[in-house]
Design a protein around this ligand. Sequence first.
Ligand code: TRH
Length: 387
Amino acid sequence: MEDQLSGIVILCKVVDNYGDAGFVYRLAQAIRARESALPICIIVDGLESFAALAPGLDPSLPRQDYRGWTVLAWNCQDAELVSAPLCPVILEAFSCGRPPWLEELLFDSGRKSLVHIVSIEYLTAEPYAGELHRMPSLTRSSWVKKWFFMPGFTSGTGGLILGGGSGTRPDFLKEIKAALPPEPGYAVEDGFWILIFGYERDYSPLVADLGLFHARRLKQGQSPLLVFAAAGKSQGPFFSAWEAEGRPFPLVKLPFLAQESWDSLQALCDFSLVRGEDSLARAALAAKPFLWQAYPQEGRHQLVKVDAFLRLLAPPPSPEPLSALERLYRAINDRDSDSEETQGAEELLPVLLAYDALLPLFQAFGQRLWANGDLAAHLLTFLREIV
Ligand code: TRH
């Protein structure tokens, strides 16, 4: 029987930061890794962000072939796409909407072929992920069907995109050589590696505790800390706090990395502070203890998301040291969307000192996520069911 899944269009709008483009780039690669012959067209609003993640992509071109995909700028009314029959599947990342020219094509009353719009929503640990997953929704045309596809942490959702992060520590250090301070022995391969990738905020309480942890490790004859401050919103405030505290541990200010290198770094770190959904997913799959600073929302809604995540990580009741970790998650996330100030005491040191006790918990969580299977595989199965 002929395969009805003759191609996929992926729509991506960069709202803020890199999460949207990062997910779409990862998804396109994951689909290609499973089905190299399946044509993929990516339509992007915000090609600059996309290009920062994808080496070699030219953000000035309205249309280009990149790694075997067609990449179009959002407003590029592509003659080839317009003249050919519409692709049977359009993936809409994070309710990003459709470019006007595509909307016109879709809802043209003369068009008589079925198109499925699959809305891929933001990753959440909230129970609605399982409830909405694979749910149909109405559109104004009988030739256009819409569906929800939910990434998630449980087996009732579409799961996470698996893989990524195959590099080694020596290779990574070689790659970022230019960013390393010249002091000999500054960046050690066997150090306790920590990644900081958060939003704007006052990092001084966390920096102070990292300093204490570093000093303690040295005193006990353990390897030093090596902290990587990722490019972006947290780098400046973290660096300022580190300077104000008297540079209490080795710190590397990273340039923006291509996503493949970024994935390696996430997998290579012992501990991390991550922010959006894409780096949250990578940290969880790396199966090592981490903190999550969620995207701040109106009415501190991020706290609902954080609590839902903590419940999946380990159902209550929470004995120590898990409760120390939970307190820290809440303290870090307890802020208004328009404020950098957080409430509550941010006690990182007890969490770091309990690292060995926390590790098995994150390992077990990570194993469950890998066992849920790959989002791209689930998506392809779903698409073949509906087309
Ligand atoms: O960039 P983010 O903060 O994205 C966020 C979230 O998606 C959030 O939900 C959304 O509403 C908001 O944007 C608008 O964080 P996130 O999701 O972790 O995505 C970061 C991406 O950037 C990820 O794919 C990794 C990539 N990245 C690199 O490839 N190299 C780098 O050097 C850095 C710092 C990031």
